[in-house]
Design a protein around this ligand. Structure first.
Ligand SMILES: *Cc1c(COP(=O)(O)O)cnc(C)c1O
Length: 385
């Protein structure tokens, strides 16, 4: 999306907040009272109004509305985490006896939710190579939902959204995407025919490593289905204070993302030219047609180091970049995948854990790019055996 347009959506026709406040007030209340018996009875007869914060809250609604606007959706629903958004979305459309089709290498905990929550509840789960439309087409007939993530977590494989969305439509299959990496600035899946767009708002939307939250946006009838079937009962609502932090984060999205993108590309290119780096998994280096729907890039990617690098020594030699999970905040963070070696083996082969003990995921933060590069370069030198 054009940055000027994104800025307009975020600021110019901003909802008028009470008392003309420039920032949304935090409605830190669990409930909203009624003026009369009549008013209360009207709600039970179907009238829409604020009742209880596990349902709707005005501060949360501001966040939901802003993300819906950015993604070109009718409506949105915020959640206490990205995982809550994924779980409530998938479970609103898929239940016991149904079939879910998902691409391989989705976010690890989404995969575990499919395996630990849905499979025991009687859902069939088919994993397909999302980069291969024929494989997806073969899996779709009879499925209830196609769940995608492009680029995928850790491996950064791409899918071609217009093709997958058209195939799913032919078979009457609802589509959902985890769009956390690209953000609405750099990929608008609804414009390519995808039905529901999920974000781990803990990452780029929040942007400051201070909030865990999630959101799903889409057509009104699909959000209504989530509101009617899962959202109130799973109970993982977004708090008013966290919604306030997310709105604050969104206000700098158009400034932060171009820096994450350009610093990420600079570091990825320099790593690609480094003698001890054997490959860099960044969508910019892919020739897959799935690249067409990305108008920009997040600053998170993976790289593999040669056998000459002692990975624990490399991690311990870093001075600026810190070791830590999550991503999307201002600080550069790194995960050497070899730390997952102690995990029990995956119940099936469609996960990325243990892909390679040479693999390292990097979140390129907002520090000066040369400082990030110097740190990587010195740590690679120290760790050469
Ligand atoms: C972190 C993450 C999630 C989950 O978000 P939480 O807020 O941690 O529950 C989902 N998808 C992707 C791609 C993520 O990186």
């Amino acid at each position: 999306m054009d940055l000027t347009e994104a800025h307009r959506l975020l600021f110019c026709d901003e909802p008028a907040y009470p008392l003309n406040a420039a920032a949304p007030p935090i409605f830190q209340t669990s409930l909203f009272t009624f003026d009369s018996y009549q008013d209360m009875a009207a709600v039970y007869a179907g009238e829409q109004r604020l009742v209880y914060t596990r349902g709707d809250n005005p501060t949360v609604q501001v966040f939901e509305e802003l993300v819906a606007r950015l993604e070109g959706a009718d409506a949105g629903r915020g959640f206490a985490s990205g995982m809550a958004a994924i779980t409530a979305t998938v479970m609103a459309f898929v239940s016991g006896g149904d079939r879910l089709v998902t691409v391989c290498n989705v976010y690890g905990d989404a995969y575990k939710m499919f395996e630990k929550l849905l499979r025991p509840a009687g859902v069939t789960i088919d994993y397909v190579d999302g980069s291969d439309p024929e494989a997806v087409a073969r899996a779709l007939p009879g499925a209830k939902m196609l769940y995608v993530e492009t680029p995928t977590t850790l491996t950064f494989d791409l899918q071609h959204l217009p093709t997958l969305a058209a195939l799913a439509q032919q078979h009457g299959v609802v589509t959902a995407i985890d769009n956390s990496w690209a953000t609405p600035l750099y990929q608008n899946p609804i414009a390519h025919g995808i039905d529901l767009v999920i974000h781990a708002a803990s990452k780029y939307l929040g942007g400051y490593s201070d909030t865990v939250a999630g959101v799903v946006v889409g057509r009104q009838d699909l959000i209504d289905r989530i509101n009617g079937r899962t959202y109130p009962y799973l109970g993982a609502k977004l708090s008013p204070f966290d919604a306030f932090l997310l709105v604050r984060g969104l206000r700098s999205l158009t400034l932060r993302m171009p820096v994450h993108m350009s610093s990420g590309l600079t570091i990825a290119r320099r790593l690609r030219d480094h003698a001890e780096v054997t490959s860099v998994l960044h969508p910019a280096f892919s020739s897959h047609p799935g690249r067409e729907t990305l108008s920009g890039y997040g600053g998170v990617f993976s790289f593999l180091v040669s056998d000459a690098i002692d990975v624990p020594a490399f991690a311990d030699a870093l001075r600026l970049i810190r070791l830590g999970v999550s991503w999307g905040g201002p600080e550069s963070l790194l995960v050497p995948l070899s730390v997952t070696a102690g995990m029990p083996p995956a119940p099936n082969p469609f996960v990325h854990f243990g892909i390679s003990d040479r693999m390292i995921r990097l979140n390129v933060g907002l520090e000066p790019v040369d400082a990030i590069w110097s740190d990587l370069e010195q740590a690679l030198t120290v760790a050469r055996r």
